[in-house]
Design a protein around this ligand. Structure first.
Ligand code: MF3
Ligand code: CO
Ligand code: CO
Length: 257
């Protein structure tokens, strides 16, 4: 058990898988409107991944997960199961997609404000996005995962929000979840020292209220214990000589690294 440094050939495959995962969200985006159910979004994602991308939706049957994407609404933190719930104006929803293309995984998630956002909804989505960006900006050879987690935690807590500790980012490649675990909190200098060719996700879950979570009786859906809003964004990246390359960038997304 150790961190796999990817070859240039593997990195190229992960670039392709990452862009495929981003394209799933691009495809879904215009459909994330009041009136659609999360099960309908799941079906669209499934069909697109299988028929248009020629890929595999990694969540489907992963440890028993029953659907092809995760849809997490409002006070749901992550791993929400698509179902009959209809999206309505002012919901915030995280859509998390992971695709396997030519044996390699791409994993990304974004937040959407359905219809028009509330002030609180917009705020937690923005803070969670900035938490991801600050984590990405901390990635470079010689930095540690503790540096990355510390940067995220310092920012999010400075905004009066909290960081979920029970779930984390992860190494990724031929396997969905590889070493290392990428915590979104930590102390500078702690943990794994980053090296070029390491591939992992950063996916901070940020709560507007307290950090405590619980898992619903469905065995999957993670929610905030205080029912405060929660938001998450996720990118898959490779450590480069100077910083990182993000495989799952969205079409108009520009990140100053
Ligand atoms: N995509 C999630 C992640 O970022 C994992 C979902 S696993 C599932 O790691 F089983 F819930 F789909
Ligand atoms: Co992930
Ligand atoms: Co994911």
């Amino acid at each position: 058990m150790s961190i796999k440094i990817k070859t240039p050939e593997e990195i190229q495959k992960m670039r392709v898988a990452g862009q495929a995962a981003a394209s799933v969200l691009n495809m879904l985006e215009p459909h994330i409107q009041p009136g659609i159910s999360t099960a309908e979004l799941d079906q669209m994602a499934h069909d697109y991944i299988v028929n248009e991308l020629g890929g595999i939706p990694a969540p489907l049957n992963y440890k028993g997960f029953p659907k092809s994407i995760c849809t997490s609404l409002n006070h749901q933190v992550c791993h929400g199961i698509p179902g009959e719930r209809i999206l309505k104006k002012t919901d915030i929803v995280n859509i998390d997609t992971t695709v396997i293309i030519d044996g390699y995984h791409g994993d990304t998630s974004r937040m959407y404000c359905v219809g028009e956002p509330t002030i609180k909804g917009q705020r937690i989505c923005d803070i969670a996005y900035q938490s991801l960006i600050i984590g990405l900006q901390a990635v470079k050879p010689g930095a540690t995962l503790g540096d990355v987690g510390h940067a995220i935690q310092t920012y999010a807590e400075g905004q009066g929000c909290s960081v979920v500790e029970e779930f984390c980012g992860h190494g990724i490649g031929a396997d969905f979840h590889e070493e290392p675990q990428v915590l979104h909190y930590g102390r500078p200098g702690d943990g794994v020292v980053l090296e070029p060719g390491m591939t992992f996700t950063i996916e901070p879950m940020i709560n507007l209220g307290k950090k405590a979570i619980k898992i619903l009786p469905d065995g999957w859906t993670v929610v905030t214990k205080d029912r405060s809003l929660s938001a998450q964004w996720e990118h898959t990246l490779v450590v480069t000589e100077t910083g990182c390359e993000i495989f799952t960038l969205a079409p108009n997304e520009e990140i100053a690294l």
